[in-house]
Design a protein around this ligand. Sequence first.
Ligand SMILES: *[C@@H]1O[C@H](CO)[C@@H](O)[C@H](O)[C@H]1NC(C)=O
Ligand SMILES: *[C@@H]1O[C@H](CO)[C@@H](O)[C@H](O)[C@H]1NC(C)=O
Ligand SMILES: *[C@@H]1O[C@H](CO)[C@@H](O)[C@H](O)[C@H]1NC(C)=O
Ligand SMILES: *[C@@H]1O[C@H](CO)[C@@H](O)[C@H](O)[C@H]1NC(C)=O
Ligand SMILES: *[C@@H]1O[C@H](CO)[C@@H](O)[C@H](O)[C@H]1NC(C)=O
Ligand SMILES: *[C@@H]1O[C@H](CO)[C@@H](O)[C@H](O)[C@H]1NC(C)=O
Ligand SMILES: *[C@@H]1O[C@H](CO)[C@@H](O)[C@H](O)[C@H]1NC(C)=O
Length: 459
Amino acid sequence: MNRSHYFWSFILLVALLCTLNWFLYNYQVYRNHYWSYTQNSSFQEDIAKFYPTSNKDVFVYRRRPETENVNCGQVLAGDTAYLKTVTGEYRIKIAENESLNMSCEAVMDRILSRDHVLRPLENGVAFARVVYMDYELIEKHVEMSYHPQNSFCFAIDKKAAKEFKERMQAMASCLPNVLLLPDDLSVDSHGHNTNLAHYNCLRALINKPGWNYAILLQNHDLITKSVYELEKIFNWLGGANDVAIRPELGRLDKKHFKWDPMSLKLFRNESEIDPVILNTTLKFAKGAVQSSLSRAAVDWMTRTVDLTTFIDQWNHGTYGVDEQFTQAFQISDFLGMPGHFTDKCIKKGIITEGITRFAQWTHGDQSKCASKKSRHGICIMGIEHLSMMAKSEHLMFNKVLPLFDYSIIECTAELLFNRTFLGQIHHPLNEEYYSNMINVLYHKHHHEPNYTFNCDNDH
Ligand SMILES: *[C@@H]1O[C@H](CO)[C@@H](O)[C@H](O)[C@H]1NC(C)=O
Ligand SMILES: *[C@@H]1O[C@H](CO)[C@@H](O)[C@H](O)[C@H]1NC(C)=O
Ligand SMILES: *[C@@H]1O[C@H](CO)[C@@H](O)[C@H](O)[C@H]1NC(C)=O
Ligand SMILES: *[C@@H]1O[C@H](CO)[C@@H](O)[C@H](O)[C@H]1NC(C)=O
Ligand SMILES: *[C@@H]1O[C@H](CO)[C@@H](O)[C@H](O)[C@H]1NC(C)=O
Ligand SMILES: *[C@@H]1O[C@H](CO)[C@@H](O)[C@H](O)[C@H]1NC(C)=O
Ligand SMILES: *[C@@H]1O[C@H](CO)[C@@H](O)[C@H](O)[C@H]1NC(C)=O
């Protein structure tokens, strides 16, 4: 009697689980189906017909009042006469909202409207960003790259305004995939503590599942590819890191510090490491703070090695001390960081820029910038850059300032919205380009016995 009772309970339980599973499966199929359905423009027209007032807005990017009348499509099409009406004295800057509603409901609605469905990603992206100002831009960054599988880590500069910190805390407390580090580091424009802030973010992000590349960013870097485009591009990179490599000119402090893995207390467990490696001075280059690192590289940086002594030694320098961090590990191939590159090209004077950051240098002449505005020798991006940006292979623009030109931010956000939710494709990604970058080819082939590596192959 008792046994048959257990038996039937068991059968009932199995039946229940099967039914539940069936529902979950169908729900997933439905979500995916619904998503591809919404990408069909005739679906969008149908919606517009059946819901003439309310749901039509689902397919329109929501603008701020000050940029409501900017015609991003016309700028994108290269209409130079129109461009004159939104540049120069007519350039539109942000009108900051002093009374922004920071309730969770309001924040979430701004970041991802409930009407929008995002299909699952094969692999997400982690964003590690050092921030100190312009909360509404920071929230826009999250909106533009939002996906439940993506993770966002923010390290706030200790000197940031109280209101900025409070808003950041409010956003982070609403969204499980937004991480906020304690604001105990003071970051400056010479790069002090920037690497440490990013490293702390990487240490937090490695515990989050769902992403296979991490991007290191600063406050005003604008990501210019949609979440689905990033997924594709990082897939083509296939595990290679993307780090700009230029010559480092004499800032390495060899007088006070040693730079071999043993002196740097680099490997957490030295017992397996070849003593020759432990005693080999690292190779150095300068690039940008902004880099894209594979998950395996981040895992190595946070769990196999400990970079705090390395970071601390650079922090003692005077200026530009944050542009050698990922570079050193990327080209010190003997360390074996996953996805690394080599110093063979930079030794020949050949620079590899990569795709992570686009920056236009003024070389001392601000009037060379399309926007006629620069900061620290780099052009500030204006609406003039939109159509170039839409075609660029780069993942990010450095940099945009909302109090200089907000149209470029709004129009980029609209462009990514259109690509994400309306399935618009003006500039199909060039797979050939990404999968033939020199760091990608090196990563794919350097273990092959007869591989001959040619630095001149880069684009
Ligand atoms: C888009 O939807 C229309 C009407 O519902 C249908 O005839 C057409 O085949 C669909 N196209 C695609 C690519 O799904
Ligand atoms: C986005 O799509 C809408 C609707 O098709 C269009 O009017 C607008 O110009 C597009 N914006 C951009 C930046 O491509
Ligand atoms: C400012 O934010 C409030 C609350 O989120 C909103 O109601 C209002 O429309 C915003 N004002 C502007 C000018 O965007
Ligand atoms: C903020 O937004 C929420 C949700 O939309 C709303 O319930 C609340 O009344 C708003 N608060 C203020 C002060 O407007
Ligand atoms: C260090 O690595 C060796 C060899 O793999 C291992 O036996 C040892 O337990 C490790 N030590 C620690 C502290 O993990
Ligand atoms: C490390 O290398 C230096 C020179 O390259 C050499 O003088 C020194 O003896 C080596 N130290 C160890 C512990 O192998
Ligand atoms: C590598 O080169 C050697 C000598 O030229 C040749 O014998 C060998 O077959 C090559 N190996 C591969 C994998 O191509």
